[in-house]
Structure formats: structure tokens, C-alpha cells
Design a binder for this molecule. Structure first.
Ligand code: PAD
Ligand code: ZN
Length: 362
């Protein structure tokens, strides 16, 4: 099958033929229909984050089950699925307490399948998996626990985005911060994930939704997703604007959706006493944050957030139902569609801030 391989950071992905072994016990072969292009993949390509190489990246995908390995009971060939970048085992101490996004299985993957071996190969060389998924290929062998079965009338190319950007952004608002109706919300970074924080804030009934970015096209998108106020951080004073919009109080909630420590500090400063800041962006490995403890002293909360604190098998079908009922936007998120052999162009467009989200369609 054809897949895009990262052999070295700072180098383009190589689209080539790889061998993909049949699924082992409790694994499933999925024929992918589409994969979203997320900034988390780009962090690994740019060396901001480290991963064993070579690797097939991609963690936001959907497709159809083609073959099941021994012992698989959850899915059958023909099932439509979204792939979760966290396999949820259902019985670790996190899963049983409803914290499935933190499942132990996630930390056993380390570039391999759960049994510590790989299914991807180029000649005699093992190629690593990414989060047990590696959606930048025509097919993927994934753990059974990474599958989320979905309704068959949902368009499989669009719902690929339900694999990461949508549950992360919407979940950060609904599950992590638990934003209350009538709140004021600042969203720093109106990209693929930030736009979903914005639409999450709409679902939560926020009153003021202040979208912040440095690109005018991103801010236009933000308006379409329900932002009530736009701030161009390249030309405007963010604190001043937030103070004006909130009549001097500052915001109830701020979300950092870039992966920058400067932006985390800015987010914190936009919150009022008792306000909550949620860090969604993934900062480079080793980055350090300096904050004034006095600021937190006034009942402010600083929270991390992975995968929108979601339970994939409950939240993803729910998000798809909302999309099918036209209560959640997916079509408008997709500003470009590429073929697999154009994947480097797709990442350039993401890096240059040209797209909201793009997808690779197989
Ligand atoms: P993106 O590139 O689509 O969006 C980032 C946005 O930030 C772009 O619109 C930029 O223009 C904007 N931006 C950049 N610098 C600034 C600045 N100084 N001020 C204001 N805006 C700025 O990326 P994405 O939405 O795919 O991902 C965003 C981050 O979220 C990234 O760090 C990614 O790794 C992380 C992420 N986290 C999780 C999670 O589970 N926590 C999941 C998915 C993605
Ligand atoms: Zn992602």
C-alpha cells in the first residue's frame, strides 16, 4: 500500500509503497477514506516533538473495516469507523473512572502496536506506527480498542475530522473547562482545533466568543464558526480588546490553541479573577512556562487538556449526530482536499496558515 513516511525531521515526507502485515490478535485492518492534516503531525515533522523514526504519521482518520484479526469482537468487516488516537482498554484505572482519554494503553504504544512490534515495513526495515493509527496511508492496522463504530449515513471523508480536531476543540470546552452559558471565552489560535473550541463555546451557550489569530483569513473563518469578536494579535493589543469587550472584567475562560508558551501567558492574562485557562496546544518538548503565582492565587485555574477529555466511543458518535442534525460544522472546516502524493503541499499550506483544516482523501 501507499503511505507517507517521515524518515528525518525537517525533511519532506516520502510517499512510497510499504508492506502492511495482516492484523494480529485484537487488531483490525481498516481501509482509510480520508485523513485530516493536524498541526500535531507537523510538530513531529519539524522536530518540536520527538518520535522514533521512520514513522507513518497521521492520527485523524476514518474508514471501513476490511479484515479483523483473531479475538476481535467489537467490529466486523464493512463497519464504518472513526479512529481514536487513544486506544481505550476499558479496564485500566483511568478507563474505569471515566478518564478514557488518559488510558494506560496510550503509553504502551511508543511507535509500535500494543504487543511491541510493527505491522509496517519497507523491505527489511521496520516502520513505526503513530498513536497506533498512522492514517497517512491507504490502509492501517490498528488496535481493536482504537475503533469507534459510527452511523453509516455519515460521510466518511468529513467525519475523519471527528478523529482529532473536533473532539479536542469541542471537548476542551464541554468536558475540560465545562464552560457555563453566558460566559466570555477567549480562543487564541483559530486553526483546525481552535475553530472547534469556538463552535464548542457556541454549543455551551457562551455569550462573548473572542477569536484571536494573526491571519485575517483565520479570523474570517472564526466568524463563520460563531466568534462574536475578532482580534488580530499581529496588529491589535489583545489585553485592551478583551478588557473593552468584557466591560473591564476580562474573560471567564481562555483557551490556548497554538502550542506556544507566550500564548499560554497571554491566555492567562486575559482571564478575570476566578477565571480558567485551558492549554490545548502542544508546546515543543522542554519548553518552560513562567507565571506569576500571585495571578493564580486569585482563584484562577490553569488546566491541561488532551483529546478534549473525551471518551471516544461516547463522544464521537454524539458529535457525528450533531453534525448530521446540522448543529455542528464539519464541511466548513475543510478548506482543501489533497491526494496522498500531495501531502507535503498540504503541510506547507498548514504551516503558512492558509487552511482551516485540509484532508487527504484516498
Ligand atoms: P493550526 O496550525 O491549524 O492552528 C494554529 C493557529 O494559531 C493558526 O490559525 C495560526 O495562524 C495561529 N497562530 C499562530 N501563532 C499565533 C499567535 N502568536 N497569536 C495568535 N494566533 C497564532 O493548528 P491546529 O489547530 O491543528 O493545532 C493547534 C495546536 O493544538 C497544536 O499545537 C496541536 O499540536 C495542538 C493539538 N492538541 C491536541 C490535544 O489533544 N491537546 C489535539 C490536537 C492538536
Ligand atoms: Zn490532531
Amino acid at each position: 500500500m501507499k503511505a507517507a513516511v517521515l524518515y528525518e525531521s525537517f525533511q519532506p515526507l516520502v510517499v512510497e509503497d510499504l508492506e502492511l502485515e495482516a492484523p494480529h490478535e485484537h487488531e483490525v485492518l481498516v481501509k482509510l477514506t480520508a485523513s485530516g492534516v493536524c498541526h500535531s503531525d507537523l510538530h513531529y515533522m519539524k522536530g518540536d516533538r520527538e518520535h522514533p523514526l521512520p514513522v507513518v504519521l497521521g492520527h485523524e482518520g476514518a474508514g471501513i473495516v476490511e479484515e479483523i484479526g483473531p479475538g476481535v469482537t467489537y467490529a466486523q468487516p464493512g463497519d464504518h469507523v472513526v479512529l481514536s488516537f487513544v486506544p481505550t482498554c476499558g479496564h485500566c484505572s483511568y478507563c474505569v473512572k471515566g478518564r478514557q482519554n488518559l488510558c494506560e494503553a496510550r503509553y504502551q504504544l511508543r511507535g509500535k502496536m500494543l504487543d511491541g512490534t510493527t505491522r509496517l515495513r519497507k523491505g527489511s526495515q521496520d516502520i513505526h506506527h503513530f498513536n497506533g493509527l498512522s492514517t497517512f496511508g491507504e490502509y492501517a492496522v490498528v488496535p481493536e480498542d482504537s475503533l469507534v463504530k459510527i452511523r453509516e449515513d455519515a460521510p466518511l471523508d468529513r467525519v475523519a475530522l471527528i478523529g482529532c480536531g473536533v473532539p479536542t476543540g469541542v471537548g476542551a470546552v464541554i468536558n475540560t473547562a465545562k464552560v457555563k452559558p453566558g460566559s466570555s471565552v477567549v480562543v487564541i489560535g483559530a486553526g483546525g482545533v481552535g475553530l472547534n473550541v469556538i463552535q464548542g463555546a457556541v454549543l455551551a451557550g457562551a455569550e462573548a466568543i473572542i477569536a484571536v489569530d494573526i491571519h485575517g483569513n483565520k479570523l474570517e473563518h472564526a466568524l463563520q464558526f460563531g466568534a462574536t469578536h475578532l482580534v488580530n494579535a499581529a496588529t491589535e493589543d489583545l489585553m485592551e480588546r478583551v478588557r473593552d469587550i468584557t466591560r473591564g472584567e476580562m474573560a471567564d475562560y481562555a483557551f490556548e490553541v497554538i502550542g506556544s508558551t507566550d500564548a499560554i501567558n497571554q491566555a492567562l492574562l486575559t482571564t478575570k479573577r476566578g477565571g480558567t485557562t485551558v492549554v490545548v496546544g502542544v508546546a515543543p518538548t522542554g519548553a518552560e512556562l513562567t507565571i506569576d503565582p500571585d495571578f493564580l492565587h486569585l482563584d484562577r485555574v490553569l488546566m491541561g487538556c488532551t483529546y478534549g477529555s473525551c471518551y471516544p466511543r461516547a463522544d464521537m458518535p454524539m458529535l457525528i449526530d450533531l453534525y448530521m442534525a446540522r448543529r455542528l460544522k464539519l464541511d466548513e472546516l475543510i478548506s482543501a482536499t489533497f491526494k496522498l502524493d500531495q501531502i507535503n503541499t498540504a503541510f506547507e499550506a498548514l504551516d503558512q496558515g492558509e487552511v482551516a483544516r485540509s484532508i487527504i482523501r484516498y
